[in-house]
Write a protein that binds this ligand. Structure first.
Ligand code: URQ
Ligand code: ZN
Ligand code: ZN
Length: 500
């Protein structure tokens, strides 16, 4: 692409960073933000984007996707091309996906396999978390290589999906110790996997095979208990913790209480949990109900989405993602007679920003600066790619969105850019519309028209020891937590035990 086309002036907008809003033009060249100011003079041939009366925000960062995940006997239908296509159409310019090795297999081999899938397809920048689905010396060794040589600074442990991804408390303890030593963030899928198995048996014995059984077998206390347990285990090893897809009052309250007592824990809400709820599992249409099946389930308490948004507004929850892991109707139908076989996962990557603007900013719960924090900046800080990403600043990547906070759009599978044939937000009207998405200084989406290049996204390495995460952790290690009591030896009587 000629250098002229890589010269871009976003003119007349209201720029929004996490700390303030300001009127300014933004000049970008060759993928970076070069100048920010009023009435900028720019070189001939610069492409001008009119942002008058609109916001200019940092491109969204979605820290939780599963594109083309092989899962429950099939493969998620949004692959790295369709998934990142949907992302940029919705104003997201970076995603962080998950490498998930099978139990007993190499984390490094899985990382290389996932890189092969993604690099040739992504339309925007991306990175990978890596899942730890088993424990042993090899895992520790490979975690070190991934952290020091592959730019991975986050590892996810599943407390659910028994016999598939699930690790037990002892394995999680050792994985947390390793994360802490490496300066990597420990992430958890927090549900009690043993209770889920028993709960599912109970449902099926009662003849409850439909999607309603999916929620009833794992009610929110099953998520809340595991969330609390993960926070305690992480705190015992002084390891920072990130709880993915917080779906309930119980889990979010465990995080809020953990933070209040000084634990270093971050909570991630997802678009699905903020924009819809678990009453859909009781819908009479099986395909509709199955379309909402994900883990942890959406909650039937219809006040939950508003509650989670309130917590995001006041920083009791910190980040939003989507957990985008999509399956068509014929794939969901693998579980038509048994809900435990319905591939778990829903959409979100295209609609996250509009759903959160509608439910968070248009509702008056938060301002545009907080919106930018929870959709971009905080994720950049947590995953240690700030200020390269997540801010409108000179020298930062030119990942930007011209955002119309007043316009509305109606969400539908008939118009979305996903590969999947279903949208959990079908028919929802949202204030907050991306007009222009700019990725690496290129216009990739312009008033409904995509201009993407398959494979042009970059893998973004993420250094260890993010100060936003580890800022106080290392100091805590210097403070003695345990001290021995010096005392005279005991010389009294000792009971004689039978010689067994
Ligand atoms: O559990 C996850 O995050 C992955 C396997 C996606 N599926 C889901 O239901 N959340
Ligand atoms: Zn999960
Ligand atoms: Zn997930």
């Amino acid at each position: 692409m000629s250098s002229d086309e890589r010269r871009l002036l976003i003119k007349g907008g209201t720029c929004v960073n996490v700390d303030h809003k300001f009127e300014a033009d933004v000049y970008c060249q060759n993928g970076l933000i070069r100048e920010i100011g009023i009435d900028l003079k720019v070189p001939e041939g610069t492409r001008v984007i009119d942002a008058n009366g609109k916001f200019v925000i940092p491109g969204g960062i979605d820290p939780h996707t599963h594109f083309q995940l092989p899962f429950m006997g099939t493969v998620a239908v949004d692959d790295f091309y369709a998934g990142t296509r949907a992302a940029v159409a919705g104003g997201t310019t970076m995603i962080i996906d998950f490498v998930i090795p099978g139990k007993g297999t190499s984390l490094l081999d899985a990382y290389e396999r996932w890189r092969g899938w993604a690099d040739e397809k992504v339309c925007c920048d991306y990175s990978f978390h890596v899942a730890v689905t088993w424990w042993g010396d090899q895992v520790a060794r490979e975690m070190e290589i991934l952290t020091k040589e592959k730019g991975v600074n986050s590892f996810k442990m599943f407390m659910a999906y028994k016999d598939v991804y699930m690790v037990n408390d002892e394995e999680m303890y050792h994985a947390f110790e390793c994360c802490k030593r490496l300066g990597a963030l420990a992430q958890v899928h927090a549900e009690n996997g043993d209770l889920i198995v028993e709960g599912a048996k109970k449902m099926l014995e009662l003849g409850i095979t439909g999607p309603e059984g999916h929620e009833m077998c794992r009610p929110e206390e099953v998520e809340g208990e595991a969330t609390h347990r993960a926070i305690v285990i992480a705190n015992q090893v002084n390891c920072p913790l990130y709880v993915v897809h917080v779906m309930s009052r119980s889990a979010s309250d465990a995080i809020r209480k953990g933070r209040q007592r000084g634990c270093v824990v971050f909570g991630e809400a997802i678009a699905a949990g903020l924009g819809t709820d678990g009453t859909n599992y009781w819908h009479k249409c099986w395909r509709h109900a199955a379309g909402y099946v994900m883990g942890p389930p959406l909650r039937p308490d219809s006040s939950t989405p508003g509650y989670l948004m309130d917590l995001l507004a006041n920083d009791d929850l910190q980040v939003t993602g989507t957990d985008n892991c999509t399956f068509n109707g014929d794939q969901k139908a693998l579980g038509k007679d048994n809900f435990t076989r319905i591939p778990n996962g829903v959409n979100g990557v295209e609609d996250r920003l509009s759903v959160i603007w509608e439910k968070g900013v248009h509702s008056g719960k938060m301002d545009p600066c907080r919106f930018v924090a929870i959709t971009s900046t905080t994720a950049a800080k947590i995953f240690n790619i700030y200020p390269q990403k997540g801010v409108i600043a000179v020298g930062s990547d030119a990942d930007l969105v011209v955002w119309d906070g007043d316009a509305t759009r109606t969400i539908s599978a008939t118009t979305h850019h996903h590969a999947v044939d279903f949208n959990i937000f079908e028919g929802m009207i949202c204030h907050g519309v991306p007009l222009v998405t700019i990725s690496q200084g290129r216009v990739v989406y312009d008033h409904g028209k995509l201009d993407i290049v398959r494979g042009c996204g970059r893998y973004i390495s993420r250094p260890a020891f993010s100060s936003h995460v580890f800022g106080c952790v290392q100091q805590r290690d210097k403070i003695p937590r345990y001290e021995k009591v010096e005392r005279e030896p005991y010389t009294g009587p000792i009971v004689q035990l039978p010689a067994s």
